[in-house]
Design a protein around this ligand. Structure first.
Ligand SMILES: O=P(O)(O)OC[C@H]1O[C@H](O[C@H]2O[C@H](CO)[C@@H](O)[C@H](O)[C@H]2O)[C@H](O)[C@@H](O)[C@@H]1O
Length: 941
C-alpha cells in the first residue's frame, strides 16, 4: 500500500527514561509543594505557574488529582512541568492532541528524563570551519585521554559513540523507557495529520520520519535499536539518529541563530548577529543529508513524500537527486521573507535549489509565496508565474494553504475535568478583573517586549483601567537571549512597581510554560488574547483562543482578538481581529482599550465569523487540500516529463500523411530544424540539408509549410532566401509572412508606435544593468529587446543582475502589457499579447477561410524545442482534442518536460529524417496549384 512519508525534524513521539524506583532521579532543582507557592526565582519578574493563581492573594489552587499523585509518587513537583498534561489522548487511542504552538526546543524541554547533549560547547561564530576545529579539539582530547591511560570512545559506523564503559552509557543500558507524545516540534502539524486519520494511528498510511528530539549519543546502540523498532512497529515512525554535534550545529546554531531570525525578518545587520557566519552550514547539510538518505531508504514506488519546514530545506533536492520520479511536496510553516532579506543568506542559492527539488512548495499565505517567487526570480534568474517556477525543463508548483487546528478534538479537550477545574479556579481567582492573556516564545520575533511596552503605555494613559485589568503573559523558551530577558525583566519590574497595589497586580509574567490543561482554561477564561509577534508563519494560538471563546464555563465570552498584522493568522482573519502593528506602541495601547471596551454585539459578530473560519479552515482541510495540490502538480509534471512523453511514431506519421489531403506544418527553426547557433552566432548543422528537405516538403501542393523563430523578419528572409515561398513566423509571433507568396510581404500584429514607447522605457532600465555588468549587452529586435550576458565572466553576478532586471521590468512596466522572461544567459522582453501561438492561430484561420474557397487542414505537424513552443503545442493539442483537425502531431525535439504529444530525442537530425520520409511519400504525387493565398500588409519600415 502506498504510504505518505511525513518528514519533520521531530517525530510526534519521544522517549522518557525511567529511574529505578529506589533512587528517584531528581530533576534540578526539585521543588517541594511549599516551594511551588512561593514565586521563585532568578529574575525579579519570574513567577511560577502556581503564582498565576497566587498573585495578589494567598489562596493556592486546588491540586489536581494528577499533581497529587505525582507528589505522592515522587515527593517533588517541578513548577509548570507535568508531562502528562502536555497532550490529550482518548483512552486506548494513541493519537493524542498536542498544543499547536509547542515552543519547546531540542533537548531542553525539561519534561522528560533524557540524555544530555555531548556536542560540547559552541565555538565562536568567527571560527569559519567549526567542524574542523571541533574535530581537532576532540582528537586532542582523545590523545590526552590515551596518554592518561583512560578508555577512549570510538565513533560507530553511524557516527555515534558505541556503548562503552562511560558512566552515562551504563546509565542508559537496561534502563526502562516509555514512548510519550513529544512536547517539542510542530504540534499543529501533528494534529493536522492525525485529524485526517481514518484508522487509529498516525494518519492513513502515514510514516513519520524524524528524530526523537533529544541528544542520543549517550544511548547504547542496542537501546537505540529497540527504540527504533518500537516506534516503527507501534507508532508508524522511522527514527533518524544524528550525532549530537550535527543536531546541535544544525538546530541550535544554524536553524535558531541564522535561519529562524532571517525567515522572520530579523535583518542580520546587528553587530552581534551570527547570520554572516557559515560554520554551522556543514551541520545543516549533514542533518538534511541524513534525512534525505532515510527517506530514500524508506521510499517505495508510489509513495508520497512530504517534507516540512525550515529545518529541512535541502531535503527535497537531495531526495530528488536519488529518486527523480518521486512525488515530493514541501511545506514551509514559517514566514518567508522578502527577497531583500533572504539575499543576506550566504547559502541562499543552495537553500532555494533545495526547496525546488519538490514538485509542489506550500506556504501559509500568498504574501510568503509571492516573496518566494520573487526571490527565485531575482536570485536564480528563473521564470516565475503566479503558479510556480519554471526551471530548465520542468515546472515547480507553488501554492498557499494556511494550516488550522483540529476543532473537534480541541473541543473534547475542553471538556476535560481538569480543564474545567482550572477554569473555575481562574475565574474565582480573578473575579471582577478583565484578563488579557498571551502565550509566546520569548525570543526577538514574538514581540513580547513590544507588547509589554504597549501595555505599560496603556496603563499610563488609562488609569481608570489600572485596578481592573490583568495581563497574564506566559513567556516560553529556554534559549532566550540574556539581553532580551533583562530588557523584558526591566519592563515587568517597572509595570509592577508603578501600577501594582496591595490588592492588585496588573501583570502576571510567567517565564516558563504552563500545562495544556491550564492553557486551555486560560484561553477559555480570557477576555482578550493579545498576539504582537513581529512575524509568525501562522500562529495557531489565535485559532485555539477563538475555539475556546464560546462561553463554556464562563459568562462573558466571545472575547476580541488583538492580532499582529505580521502573522499568517492575521491574513486569514483580516479585520475580524483587531489588527496591530507591534512597532506602533500607541496603536497597540489603543487596540487594548478598544478590545476591553468593545460592545457585546460587536464582540459576538466578530467571533461568529472568526469561529466559522476556524471551524472550516481546519488542519485536516489543510492537509487534504495540500494533498490535492500535490497530486495535481505531480500528475502534470509526470504526464509531461520527457520519460512519460512517447517517442514520435514515424510510421504512424507516414500513414496519416498518406491519407490526408490538406496538411499544415509549423516548424521551429533553431534547436528544431537546425541545431542552436554557436556563440559566434553561426547556425550549426547542414543548412543545405534543411533547405533541401523543406524544398521537397513544399513541392507537394497539399502541404503548407511555416518556419517559426524568435529572430527578426529580415534575418529569416536571409536564411530562407532560397525558399521564397516558405511561410515565416518571426519574432516569436509578432510577424507572419504568408506561405506561397513570392514577394516579400509581412503581416505585423503589434502596433509599432506602442513598441517604440515601451522600448524606450525598458532600454533605460537595461542600460542601467549593462553599465553594472561587464560583458553584457543589449540586443534589439523589431518587437523585443534582449539583455544578454553570455560573455560576462562572473556568471553568478550576471544571474543576480538578470534576476533583478526581470523583477524591475515586470514590476514597473506591467501597464504596458510587456513581460521580461529570463532565458538562457539572457533576459527577453516582449509584448504579452503576441506569441507563436497567436501567430499559428492566424495562419490556421487564414487557411480555413471558406469565403476564399479554402478548406481547413486535416493533418498538422507542429515541432519545436523550447519554452516558447509550448504555447503552440497547447493550441494544436486543443484542435486535436476538439476534433477540428483529424490528425495532429505535436513534437518536441530533445529531452525536456513538454506538453507536446511526442518527442524526437535524436534532435534536428531525427526531425529531418522523419520529414524526408514524408517527402518520399509525396515524390510520386502530381504537383497542382493548391493554395492561392491572399496577400496582406507590406513589410513595416
Ligand atoms: O522552534 P522549532 O523547533 O524550530 O519549530 C518552529 C516552530 O514550529 C511550529 O511553528 C510553525 O508552524 C506552526 C503551524 O504551521 C505555525 O503556526 C507557526 O507560525 C510556525 O512558526 C511550532 O508550532 C512552534 O512551536 C515552533 O517554534
Amino acid at each position: 500500500m502506498a504510504t505518505t512519508l511525513t518528514v519533520t525534524l521531530f517525530l510526534p513521539n519521544t522517549v522518557n527514561f525511567h529511574e529505578d524506583k529506589a533512587t528517584p532521579r531528581r530533576r534540578s532543582p526539585p521543588f517541594k509543594l511549599e516551594q511551588r507557592v512561593a514565586s521563585a526565582i532568578d529574575l525579579p519578574t519570574r513567577q511560577s505557574a502556581a503564582s498565576l493563581f497566587n498573585a495578589g492573594g494567598p489562596t493556592p489552587p486546588p491540586l489536581t488529582p494528577g499533581i497529587q499523585q505525582q507528589i505522592a509518587n515522587e515527593g517533588f513537583f517541578t513548577p509548570g512541568i507535568d508531562a502528562k498534561k502536555r497532550h490529550f489522548a482518548k483512552p486506548g487511542d494513541p493519537r493524542s492532541l498536542l498544543r499547536s504552538d509547542t515552543h519547546a526546543e531540542w533537548g531542553s524541554t525539561g519534561v522528560f528524563n533524557q540524555p544530555r547533549s555531548r556536542a560540547g560547547p559552541l565555538p565562536s561564530a568567527s571560527i569559519q570551519d567549526f567542524a574542523k576545529v571541533y574535530d581537532e579539539i576532540r582528537e586532542q582530547k582523545e590523545r590526552e585521554q590515551r596518554k592518561q591511560g583512560r578508555r577512549v570512545t570510538k565513533p560507530s559506523p553511524h557516527g555515534n559513540y558505541k556503548s562503552r564503559a562511560g558512566s552515562s552509557e551504563r546509565g542508559y543500558e537496561g534502563k526502562s523507557w516509555t514512548v510519550e507524545p513529544a512536547v517539542h516540534g510542530n504540534g499543529g502539524l501533528v494534529n493536522a495529520i492525525r485529524e485526517t486519520a481514518q484508522d487509529s494511528h498516525d494518519g492513513p498510511g502515514t510514516t513519520w520520519i524524524g528524530t526523537l528530539g533529544f541528544p542520543t549519543d549517550a544511548l547504547p546502540e542496542n537501546v537505540k535499536e529497540d527504540i527504533a523498532d518500537k516506534l516503527l512497529n507501534d507508532h508508524h515512525s522511522q527514527v533518524i539518529y544524528c550525532k549530537d554535534t550535527d543536531i546541535d550545529g544544525h538546530y541550535v546554531h544554524h536553524c535558531k541563530t541564522i535561519l529562524w531570525p532571517i525567515f522572520h525578518y530579523q535583518v542580520p545587520d546587528h553587530p552581534k548577529s551570527k547570520a554572516y557566519a557559515d560554520h554551522s552550514w556543514k551541520f545543516y547539510k549533514n542533518v538534511n543529508q541524513a534525512f534525505a538518505d532515510q527517506v530514500v531508504a524508506s521510499y517505495k514506488k508510489g509513495d508520497t513524500i512530504w517534507v516540512h519546514d525550515y529545518h529541512l530545506l535541502l531535503v527535497p533536492k537531495m531526495v530528488r537527486d536519488k529518486l527523480p520520479d518521486a512525488k515530493i511536496g514541501f511545506f514551509l510553516h514559517t514566514a518567508f521573507p522578502s527577497s531583500e532579506i533572504f539575499r543576506c543568506l550566504s547559502t541562499r542559492k543552495e537553500l532555494l535549489e533545495g526547496m525546488l527539488g519538490a514538485n509542489l512548495i506550500g506556504f501559509q499565505s500568498e504574501e510568503y509565496s509571492s516573496h518566494f517567487l520573487q526571490t527565485c526570480s531575482r536570485l536564480l534568474a528563473v521564470e516565475t508565474t503566479a503558479e510556480g517556477v519554471q526551471i530548465d525543463d520542468h515546472f515547480v508548483n507553488v501554492t498557499n494553504r494556511p494550516i488550522g487546528i483540529n476543532p473537534i478534538m480541541f473541543d473534547e479537550a475542553r471538556h476535560d475535568e481538569e480543564v474545567q477545574q482550572w477554569v473555575k479556579t481562574i475565574i474565582e481567582k480573578y473575579k471582577g478583573k478583565t484578563i488579557i492573556v498571551a502565550r509566546d516564545r520569548l525570543d526577538h520575533v514574538h514581540g513580547v517586549r513590544q507588547k509589554l511596552l504597549a501595555y505599560e503605555l496603556f496603563l499610563n494613559r488609562h488609569p481608570e483601567w489600572r485596578e481592573k485589568v490583568v495581563m497574564i503573559q506566559v513567556a516560553t523558551s529556554t534559549n532566550a537571549q540574556t539581553e532580551l530577558l533583562t530588557t523584558v525583566s526591566d519592563i515587568c519590574t517597572r509595570i509592577d512597581s508603578v501600577h501594582s497595589t496591595l490588592a492588585h497586580q496588573p501583570l502576571v509574567f510567567l517565564r516558563q510554560d504552563i500545562d495544556f490543561t491550564q492553557y486551555i482554561a486560560l484561553l477559555t477564561v480570557a477576555d482578550v488574547l493579545m498576539i504582537s509577534a513581529l512575524r509568525d508563519g501562522m500562529n495557531l494560538t489565535a485559532h485555539e483562543y477563538v475555539a475556546c471563546q464560546d462561553g463554556r464555563g464562563s459568562e462573558k465570552k466571545y472575547g476580541p482578538l488583538i492580532l499582529s498584522e505580521f502573522t499568517g493568522s492575521a491574513i486569514l482573519f483580516g479585520d475580524l481581529a483587531i489588527p496591530i502593528n507591534p512597532w506602533d506602541y500607541t496603536g497597540q495601547a489603543d487596540a487594548i482599550k478598544k478590545a476591553l471596551e468593545m460592545g457585546n454585539e460587536d464582540r459576538r459578530a466578530r467571533w461568529d465569523k472568526l469561529h466559522a473560519i476556524v471551524e472550516t479552515k481546519t488542519g485536516a482541510y489543510w492537509a487534504e487540500k495540500l494533498k490535492e495540490d500535490l497530486d495535481h502538480a505531480y500528475q502534470e509534471h509526470h504526464e509531461h516529463s520527457s520519460a512519460a512523453v512517447p517517442r514520435l511514431s514515424v510510421s504512424q506519421l507516414v500513414e496519416k500523411y498518406k491519407s490526408s489531403e490538406r496538411r499544415l506544418f509549423i516548424i521551429d527553426y533553431e534547436g528544431t530544424l537546425a541545431p542552436h547557433k554557436t556563440s559566434s552566432g553561426i547556425p550549426l548543422g547542414s543548412p543545405v540539408r534543411v533547405i533541401d528537405t523543406m524544398n521537397d516538403l513544399m513541392a507537394d501542393p497539399k502541404n503548407v509549410v511555416y518556419v517559426m523563430s524568435g529572430r527578426r523578419p529580415e534575418e529569416l528572409e536571409n536564411h530562407f532566401r532560397t525558399l521564397p515561398k516558405v511561410g515565416l513566423i518571426a519574432e516569436n509571433g509578432c510577424f507572419v509572412r504568408e506561405f506561397g507568396v513570392q514577394e516579400i510581404e509581412w503581416t505585423h500584429f503589434v502596433d509599432l508606435d506602442t513598441v517604440a514607447q515601451w522600448k524606450q522605457q525598458v532600454r533605460t532600465i537595461l542600460e542601467y544593468y549593462q553599465e553594472r555588468l561587464e560583458g553584457s549587452y543589449i540586443e534589439e529586435r523589431r518587437c523585443s529587446l534582449f539583455f544578454r550576458y553570455e560573455k560576462s565572466v562572473d556568471q553568478e553576478a550576471a544571474i543576480r543582475q538578470a534576476g533583478e532586471c526581470v523583477d524591475q521590468i515586470n514590476g514597473s512596466c506591467k501597464s504596458m502589457r510587456i513581460h521580461a522572461v529570463p532565458i538562457k544567459q539572457a533576459v527577453l522582453i516582449e509584448q504579452e499579447d503576441f506569441s507563436k501561438g497567436t501567430a499559428a492561430k492566424h495562419v490556421y484561420d487564414t487557411l480555413c477561410d471558406t469565403s476564399k474557397g479554402l478548406s481547413k487542414p486535416d493533418f498538422m505537424v507542429v515541432a519545436g524545442d523550447d519554452r516558447e513552443d509550448e504555447v503552440i503545442f497547447k493550441w494544436a493539442n486543443e484542435l486535436d482534442k476538439k476534433g477540428e483537425v483529424e490528425d495532429v502531431f505535436t513534437v518536441t525535439v530533445g529531452k525536456r518536460n513538454t506538453t507536446a504529444q511526442a518527442t524526437l530525442t535524436q534532435g534536428s537530425t531525427g526531425l529531418l529524417a522523419a520529414l524526408q520520409k514524408l517527402n518520399k511519400v509525396s515524390a510520386d504525387a502530381l504537383p497542382r496549384d493548391y493554395f492561392n493565398l491572399p496577400r496582406n500588409k507590406t513589410f513595416p519600415s
